[in-house]
Design a protein around this ligand. Structure first.
Ligand code: FRU
Length: 475
């Protein structure tokens, strides 16, 4: 079998070498975006879990730093969060993470940094929250101002195996008291991981703040769902203690196979909710054939809430740099797509397209490169969805469950708008201005990409295509 070469992404974060999973400790502090991440400092498989560290001034270019929190004998450092607090001129950063002890016991610990997030001192009193249980993890601390202006800290954690979110509060980041629990609900064959709670105005109305619970679920057990891990959200009301869902069901946050453990930055400018996720799937993360790195972060996405068909829906827009890259591209209108049109793309490219399904009928974008695999984006106006299909030998060679079709529901869409970001093995599709997304790993090879565009009834399709240079990264 031929080995597919997986190019390193050019405008997404990947560690120089070794294994990475969840984003941790996302915080913006004095102009610097900090990204910590689940990291194995000494191997390309999961293990020795520690917090790696990278920083950026623009969310596009990242610089990797030495490991921030290291595993040690008997204790791994699992996922968690960081908050920035100011007292006069002084800014401090406080981290919350899970101590995963070798005796199958998980509890929450804290650490502080006095040098802006580069070195960390674990608290001698750790662990600070301990229930004596084995799947108590992923503390996410968020600030909450109640309507009277009093502020407090909220910590969300999970009892992963019980499919339950535990909500604690604190006024000093030191003593925490349990306020409520949420769950279980939904699919029973999964664990719940990496909760987050974001408060977002509905349709931009600052007087109508809704609570949005973010949650990642991973199928477990003998009959585990072969689709693997995925992210969800629930819209509701949060009063500082209890989360009350509008509808007791989990909505898919992303319809692809490869977005997991997404959480938002603390202290982002303007109070915006900027989310990063890990672009992989526990079903096959350990065999994805990239080297010497394994694991990539998604595009940073700004979250908002919009009423669509009477329900509050989460909308995701890529960070502004994506629009800036696209603005350097060139616009073309493909008028007669009744005959397939061929467009060449770089290995790293951003493409925006729009069309009126009443004049095009069904539309297909088929991507292929030098690997024996294709990715097809299919829109059939009768189906009300966009389908993203990975197929071919190179896809089968990754893992038996890697070939897949993701169905992305489309609501109120004429014209159809599509933003596609292809960064080597990372394909993210935003449709309807971010009202639905699909994020997938792809294995198209490391050469140029051929895009073949076909429609049922001809064009026109308006497109802007920007090829992105891949700066040679040191490995
Ligand atoms: C989610 C997760 C977390 C855990 C971490 C361990 O992907 O399983 O629940 O803290 O990864 O690496």
């Amino acid at each position: 079998a031929t080995r597919t070469i997986v190019p390193r992404p050019a405008f997404h974060f990947t560690p120089r070498r070794n294994w990475m999973n969840d984003p941790n400790g996302l915080v913006h502090d004095r102009g610097v975006w900090h990204l910590y991440f689940q990291y194995n400092p000494s191997g390309s498989d999961w293990g020795n879990m520690s917090w790696g560290h990278a920083t950026s001034s623009d969310l596009q270019h990242w610089r990797e730093h030495p490991v921030a929190l290291s595993h040690r004998d008997g204790e791994q450092i699992f996922s968690g969060s960081v908050v920035a607090t100011t007292d006069g001129d002084e800014t401090s950063l406080t981290a919350f993470y899970t101590s995963a002890f070798d005796d199958d016991h998980q509890a929450q610990s804290t650490a502080s940094s006095r040098d802006g997030g580069y070195t960390w001192l674990p608290d001698p009193a750790n662990p600070i929250l301990d229930r004596g249980t084995s799947a108590f993890r992923d503390p996410k601390v968020v600030r909450f101002d109640d309507p009277t202006g009093r502020s407090r800290w909220i910590m969300l954690t999970v009892e992963a195996d019980d499919r339950q979110v535990l909500i604690y509060s604190s006024t000093d980041l030191r003593s925490w008291s349990l306020q409520s629990t949420f769950g279980p609900l939904g699919d029973a064959g999964v664990v719940w991981e990496c909760p987050d709670l974001v408060l977002l105005p509905l349709d931009g109305d600052p007087d109508d703040l809704r609570g949005v619970l973010l949650l990642s679920t991973n199928p477990v057990g003998e009959d585990a769902d072969a689709d693997g891990s995925s992210m969800h959200y629930i819209v509701g009301a949060f009063d500082g203690a209890v989360f009350t869902p509008d509808r007791p069901e989990l909505e898919r946050l992303d319809h692809g196979r490869d977005l997991y453990a997404g959480v938002t930055f603390d202290s982002a400018p303007g109070g915006e909710a900027i989310m990063l996720g890990w672009m992989s799937n526990w079903r096959y993360a350990h065999v994805f054939p990239s080297a010497p790195w394994r694991g990539a972060m998604s595009l940073p996405r700004r979250l908002s809430l919009r009423t669509v068909d009477g329900a509050a829906r989460l909308v995701q827009e890529p960070a502004p740099f994506v629009g800036e890259l696209l603005a350097q591209g060139s616009e073309t209108t493909v008028a007669d797509t009744a005959h397939p049109s061929t467009i060449m793309l770089g290995t790293h490219a951003i493409l925006q397209a729009s069309w009126d399904p009443a004049s095009t009928g069904a539309v297909r974008f088929a991507l292929s490169g030098d690997a024996d695999a294709t990715v097809e984006l299919d829109h059939d106006p009768r189906g009300g969805e966009l389908r993203v299909t990975r197929r071919g030998r190179a896809a089968e060679a990754v893992h038996q469950d890697f070939p897949s079709t993701s169905a992305v529901p489309l609501v109120g869409t004429s014209p159809v708008t599509l933003l596609m970001s292809l960064d080597g093995p990372l394909l993210e599709v935003f449709v309807g201005d971010g009202s639905a997304t699909a994020s997938n790993l792809v294995v198209l090879g490391d050469g140029p990409i051929t895009l073949i565009l076909t429609t049922d009834h001809g064009g026109p399709i308006t497109m802007t295509v920007a090829d992105i240079e891949s700066p040679e990264r040191m490995t």
